[in-house]
Design a protein around this ligand. Structure first.
Ligand code: BDR
Ligand code: CA
Length: 304
């Protein structure tokens, strides 16, 4: 199975992506690192540890950046609620899984000790990943690929043209996008088609305790109303790892707008090759929603 590190800010859709990833035999989740994003660092870290207690998975967790590289923190508690995972009575956090190391230290140690270059799956702001690349330049050769949920081809959800994860820390995204590491980007445009309807969540609820949890936290998800269901942005990054055929991809140049007057945090996705710059990102430009749905339900069925 494929060894991965997941960098995350749970968060409702993060929680669900973690459920699928940790239940999959095809993935070996070696480390979970947390980053301030949907809610504060202390909340997302507690949430990761609560999820692992519920999943009964022994995966180490390392706490990452408390705020973006240069900017003040912006959260998404209006979407994910006060705790980031409201509405379910979680077991106590599995605090024994929390490492003393920082996210950056733990990522670097995992990368160095792996037999082969590893994949990093980033489903929150890119602060930790950027700090890793700045602090440990040798990490670059140990990373096979970074698969991230972030950015938008069209319109944004945090700025007019900016998606939340990039909007929160554009400078970090800029470092990652210019790193030369193979990147795969699952943007908002595919997340908006990765939908869980109320009928789907009733099916998931009946599966097992993890399904009940997912049903419960989805009741509080406020990012969904306009798309006909709950948008599973972060699961798209996991879906790319496990079932890439559901996506249409295009290798293009993507630049991060860090100074725009109206567009800071925008991903400038050069679909038509106008920039003259060579491709640095494999962008998921489309997704088959039916395939996603089947994959999603089957993936969650593997939880306990
Ligand atoms: C992204 O922002 C967060 O709110 C979600 O967890 C997802 O990672 C979608 O824009
Ligand atoms: Ca997220």
């Amino acid at each position: 199975s494929r060894a991965i590190i997941i960098d995350t800010d749970p968060g409702i859709d993060d929680a669900i992506a973690l459920a699928i990833a940790t239940a999959s035999d095809a993935l070996d989740v070696r480390l979970i690192t947390t980053v301030a994003g949907n809610v504060s660092l202390s909340k997302v870290t507690a949430n990761a540890l609560k999820l692992l207690a519920l999943f009964k998975k022994e995966i180490p967790v390392a706490k990452g950046a408390v705020r973006p590289l240069l900017r003040d923190a912006i959260d998404a508690s209006e979407v994910h609620g006060e705790t980031g995972m409201d509405g379910y009575d979680f077991p106590a956090p599995a605090t024994h899984l929390l490492l003393e190391e920082t996210a950056v230290q733990a990522m670097y140690r995992e990368l160095l000790s792996a037999d082969e270059p590893m994949t990093i799956v980033a489903i929150g702001p890119l602060t930790n990943v950027a700090m890793l690349l700045r602090e440990f330049p040798l990490a670059k050769d140990k990373i096979a690929e970074i698969v991230l949920m972030g950015g938008a081809i069209g319109r944004g959800n945090a700025g007019v043209l900016a998606e939340f994860n990039i909007f929160v820390d554009p400078e970090a995204a800029d470092i990652v996008f210019r790193s030369g590491i193979p990147l795969v980007m699952a943007p908002l445009d595919v997340g908006w088609k990765a939908i869980v309807t109320p009928e789907d969540s009733a099916i998931i609820k009946a599966m097992h305790p993890v399904g009940e949890m997912i049903f419960s936290i989805l009741q509080r998800y406020r990012g969904a109303s306009t798309k006909g269901g709950a948008t599973m942005y972060d699961s798209c990054a996991i879906a790319y790892l496990l079932a890439p055929a559901m996506f249409t991809t295009q290798d293009v140049h993507v630049a991060i707008e860090t100074t725009g007057q109206y567009t800071a945090g925008a991903t400038v996705v050069d679909l038509n090759g106008l920039s003259g710059q060579s491709a640095n990102v494999k962008v998921c430009v489309d997704i088959d929603p039916v395939q996603f749905k089947h994959w999603f339900i089957a993936g969650l069925a593997k939880c306990k």
